[in-house]
Write a protein that binds this ligand. Structure first.
Ligand code: ADP
Ligand code: MG
Length: 388
């Protein structure tokens, strides 16, 4: 996929509408828990400012349901960005009913796009209104590019559009891995959202060398295989598709690997966790993590691969007694000398030591978007900045 690059465009004195994904995670007192989504956009912002453009940043935050809800104001994000850029970032509250102006070398931020219904409805009238104040649309929001929303798709109908540096970096890295430019590829899939991940496994069977499964996704595949999984979380609606994928796996060179041992406990997880073979799970217990042998096997696969993509925790990591599997994957990713990519909301929040992220080649800004891209290798927000 060859994207229209920002670097090929003269941005001097251009007014740029830049879509970013500042949908940062907030902690219990509504302050920013993790600002990596902000810091990752700094290269594009600095490039534009250094080359004489004026920028209006636009993002959504949370799910305010189409009307103003100050709980989801981007003010804290504008303030945090201001610290990194060492300047005050003016937040524009109502861009629908007011004129917008951005001078060269200046930067402003629009208030939460989802304060207007038109954002999620891909309202062309709103897109047209906004686009009248700009010369160029830069999409740097990989994490939102799976949505055909106004600030992604609508706006591109009225403005020349290109990819920001972060989006370009993310897509060229992932494309490279999927097209074997990074050597052998191991993919680790865990977590609970089997419907979102099963299509990824399907597509990657033709691309990866090895797919390692954990979490509730693995439970569904074990159950499909006829293994008794007790009261484990299994997505029964996905069984048929899992069956087809297991059949496909026998026809391709990729290895699809399931846990060989597991950690089990009772429904309320009050019982001391026990390690068992995958085939010995009693009817009244559930699988909550991968076992030691599986951790070792998965670690060996990850460490010896040229490239690794990981999405989804290996177990119910929210309980410390079921976190070891997920921790072991992260340690293996850190140890790996290959290219490593991590994505997924819960995957990132499961990491006990965020400092380890510096040893990962790329922390994807997209959870849902990454999965959809790994499945379809195209997204609405990527298509609009693809060279034809
Ligand atoms: P991500 O956001 O990283 O893509 P998901 O949203 O798919 O991941 O899944 C994360 C959730 O999966 C976590 O809340 C975790 O507790 C749950 N999970 C993982 N393995 C199991 C399991 N064996 N049983 C129950 N829940 C699990
Ligand atoms: Mg999740």
């Amino acid at each position: 996929m060859k994207l229209r690059s920002l670097c090929d465009i003269n941005v001097q004195n251009k007014r740029v509408f830049m879509r970013v994904d500042y949908n940062v995670s907030l902690d219990s007192n509504s302050s920013i828990a993790d600002d990596i989504r902000i810091t990752q956009t700094l290269p594009t912002i600095n490039y534009l400012l250094d080359h004489g453009a004026g920028i209006a940043l636009a993002s959504h935050l949370g799910r305010p349901a189409g009307s103003v809800d100050n709980k989801y104001s981007l003010k804290i994000v504008a303030d945090r960005l201001g610290i990194y850029l060492d300047r005050k970032i003016r937040l524009i509250p109502d861009y629908w009913n007011n004129e917008l102006s951005v001078d060269p070398g200046k930067i402003v931020m629009l208030e939460n796009l989802r304060f207007h219904k038109g954002e999620e409805e891909n309202d062309f009238a709103l897109a047209k209104h906004i686009s009248a104040y700009f010369d160029l649309f830069v999409n740097d929001a990989f994490g939102s590019s799976h949505r055909a929303h106004m600030s992604i798709v609508g706006i591109s109908k009225y403005l020349k559009s290109c990819a920001g540096l972060l989006l370009e970096k993310e897509i060229s890295l992932i494309d490279g891995l999927l097209n074997n430019k990074g050597g052998s590829l191991v993919v680790v899939i865990g977590g609970a959202k089997t419907p979102e991940k099963i299509g990824v496994i399907d597509n990657l069977l033709g691309k990866a060398d090895t797919i390692l499964l954990g979490g509730a996704v693995a439970n569904t595949f074990l159950s499909t295989w006829g293994i008794k999984t007790g009261i484990s979380l299994v997505d029964h609606e996905m069984i048929e598709m899992a069956r087809q994928i297991m059949w496909k796996a026998t026809q391709t060179s990729a290895k699809l690997v399931l846990p060989e041992d597991v950690i089990v406990s009772n429904q309320k997880q009050t019982r001391k966790p026990v390690e068992l073979s995958y085939s010995q799970v009693p009817g009244h217990l559930a699988i909550y993590d991968i076992g030691k042998k599986t951790r070792k096997k998965y670690t060996d696969e990850i460490v010896s691969a040229d490239s690794v993509i990981w999405n989804g925790p290996m177990g119910l990591f929210e309980k410390p007694q079921f976190k070891a599997g997920t921790d072991s994957i992260m340690q293996a990713m850190v140890k790996s000398k290959g290219i490593t990519v991590i994505g997924g909301g819960d995957t990132l929040s499961a990491l006990s030591n965020k400092g380890q992220l510096k040893d990962i080649t790329h922390v994807s800004t997209g959870g849902g978007a990454l999965l959809e891209y790994l499945e379809k290798e195209s997204l609405p927000g990527i298509n609009i900045v693809t060279q034809s």
